[in-house]
Design a protein around this ligand. Structure first.
Ligand SMILES: [Zn+2]
Length: 441
C-alpha cells in the first residue's frame, strides 16, 4: 500500500484498487479492481502508466496473489466453544459439554462468536463461508459488519415432532425474509435441515419445497458416521442419500457436509443431482468418524467436492489452509496412495468448487469476476524456496501467513491489520466465559 483512504489502507466502501507487481502462477501481474469490486484488468496493462485511477494502490511486490478461500461448512459462533472440551467420546462430549452450552446461547453470544469467526477467517484467508446455526439474524449482523461473504442457514431440527416442526418452519421463513430485507449482495440465506437423524421426512420435504420456491440453497450434514447410515436404513429403509433424494433435498443448490460413509452408488446419485459435497477432514479425524470421505469415488462420479472446517468445537480452528493440508493428507493415508488429491486439486476444492457449491460467481482470478483476493508474502521460510506456488500454499503456508485480504473490492485486512480486532477478541472472550458460567450454574 502506498496510499489509501486516509493513508490507513482500508476502504470503507468500494473503490478502485490497484495491486502492482504481485506474483501469480509464475508471472508478475498487476490487478485493477473497479468501483464495483470486480477485477477489471489483470496483467501488465492493468498497472502503472495505464492511466487508470485507483483510490487505493497496493504494492504487491514480493507477494503471491491468491484467490480467497471458501469454507463450505461451518457453525461460526461455535468459536466461543474453542478448546472448552476436547478428546472425549462423541456422545459424552455432546451431551455433557456442547449441548448444555448451546442451551444457554443468546443472540448476543452468536453475534460476538460470529464476529470472532469472521476475524479468524479474514486473518487466515477465507472470504466466503457456508454457515448453519441459531440466532442467525445476529450472525448476519456480524457478517455484514465484517465485510466477507456468507450463506447463512438456520439449523432446522424437528426430531419428528409436529409442533417443533411448525416452529422451525416459521423460524426458517422469518430468517429468510430478514436476509432478503438486508439486501446485502454478500449475504445469502439457505435452508438448513440439520441431518436425516434430526429432521423428519416431512421436515425434509418442507425444506426442499421452500428452497425451490425461494431459489435458495440447502445446507445439510450427510453420512458423517456409520451409525447415521445404519439408523437411516432401519428407520426409513434407505441409505441417507436415497432418503434425501426421496424427500427432494438433493439439488444443484445443495451442499452436503461430511459425506464420509457414502458408497459408490451414493456418489453417483449426488453427481446426477448436481449436489455439492463439503469435505471436512479435520473435524472427521478429531471426532474419529472412522472413514474418510471417498474422494476418488466422488471424483470419478463427477461430484463437485468443496472443502470446509466444520465448527470450532470439532476442529478447533477455521483456518482453511489447515483444512487443505489435512484433506490432502487424509485422502492419501486413507487410500494408501500418495497420488490421491494433489495440491492443485485441493486448491480447486477450496476456491472454485466452493464458489460453485454456494452459487457465487467467483473462485477464479480473472477479468469480470468479483475481487476476492489474498496477498501472501514470499519472504517467509514457509514460502522458500518457491518451486510451486500451489505446493507451498497447500503444504507449508498456513493461514497465519496471509498479509492482505480483499473481498468484493473492499480491503478487509491490510498488512495483518483488521480494524476493531481488540474489541472483537475481548467481547468474544467475555461472552464465552459468561456462557460457561450460565451453563454450570
Ligand atoms: Zn457441522
Amino acid at each position: 500500500m502506498t496510499e489509501g483512504a486516509g493513508g490507513s489502507g482500508f476502504s470503507p466502501g468500494k473503490g478502485e484498487i490497484l495491486i502492482e507487481g504481485a506474483r501469480h502462477r509464475g508471472k508478475t501481474v498487476d490487478v485493477y479492481i473497479d468501483g464495483e469490486g470486480k477485477i477489471a484488468a489483470l496483467g501488465k496493462e492493468a498497472g502503472r502508466g495505464s492511466g487508470r485511477d485507483a483510490r487505493i494502490r497496493i504494492d504487491g511486490r514480493g507477494m503471491v496473489l491468491a484467490h480467497g478461500l471458501v469454507n463450505t461448512h461451518t457453525h461460526a459462533a461455535m468459536t466461543l466453544m474453542r478448546g472448552y472440551a476436547d478428546d472425549m467420546p462423541l456422545k459424552d462430549w455432546l451431551a455433557t459439554k456442547i449441548w448444555p452450552l448451546e442451551a444457554h446461547l443468546t443472540g448476543e453470544d452468536v453475534y460476538r462468536g460470529t464476529k470472532l469467526a469472521c476475524l479468524e477467517m479474514i486473518r487466515t484467508g477465507t472470504l466466503a463461508f457456508n454457515d448453519m446455526y441459531f440466532f442467525m439474524e445476529e450472525a448476519a449482523r456480524a457478517v455484514s459488519e465484517m465485510g466477507l461473504r456468507a450463506t447463512l442457514a438456520y439449523g432446522f431440527i424437528d426430531l419428528g415432532d409436529e409442533e417443533k416442526r411448525e416452529k422451525e418452519i416459521r423460524a426458517t421463513e422469518r430468517f429468510v425474509s430478514v436476509v432478503k430485507g438486508l439486501a446485502n449482495p454478500r449475504i445469502r440465506a439457505a435452508v438448513g435441515p440439520h441431518a436425516v437423524y434430526t429432521v423428519s421426512p416431512e421436515g425434509l420435504r418442507w425444506c426442499a419445497g421452500f428452497s425451490r420456491e425461494k431459489g435458495i440453497g440447502i445446507h445439510i450434514h450427510l453420512a458423517e458416521t456409520g451409525q447415521e447410515v445404519r439408523d437411516c436404513e432401519k428407520q426409513h429403509g434407505k441409505r441417507p442419500v436415497a432418503h434425501l433424494d426421496a424427500c427432494g433435498c438433493l439439488t444443484e443448490r445443495t451442499v452436503a457436509a461430511h459425506c464420509c460413509w457414502l458408497d459408490r452408488p451414493e456418489c453417483s446419485l449426488l453427481a446426477a443431482r448436481g449436489a455439492s459435497a463439503s469435505h471436512n477432514p479435520t473435524s472427521n479425524m478429531k471426532l474419529a468418524v472412522n472413514r474418510a470421505m471417498p474422494y476418488p469415488w466422488m471424483k470419478e462420479a463427477g461430484v463437485n467436492v468443496s472443502l470446509g472446517t466444520d465448527g470450532c468445537a470439532s476442529n478447533n480452528s477455521l483456518d482453511m489452509f489447515g483444512a487443505m493440508k489435512d484433506a490432502a493428507l487424509l485422502q492419501k493415508f486413507a487410500w494408501n496412495d500418495q497420488t490421491v488429491l494433489p495440491a492443485p486439486e485441493v486448491l480447486h476444492m477450496a476456491t472454485e468448487a466452493g464458489a460453485r457449491a454456494l452459487g457465487i460467481h467467483a473462485g477464479r482470478i480473472e477479468v469480470g469476476v468479483p475481487a476476492d483476493l489474498l496477498l501472501i508474502p514470499l519472504a517467509r521460510p514457509q514460502m522458500t524456496p518457491l518451486f510451486s506456488e500451489e505446493s507451498n500454499l497447500v503444504y507449508s503456508a498456513g493461514g497465519s501467513l496471509v498479509d492482505t485480504a480483499i473481498c468484493d473490492g473492499r480491503v478487509l485486512m491490510f498488512h495483518g491489520v483488521v480494524p476493531g480486532e481488540e474489541e472483537i477478541l475481548a467481547q468474544a472472550a467475555e461472552s464465552a466465559a459468561a456462557l460457561v458460567q450460565r451453563s454450570v450454574a
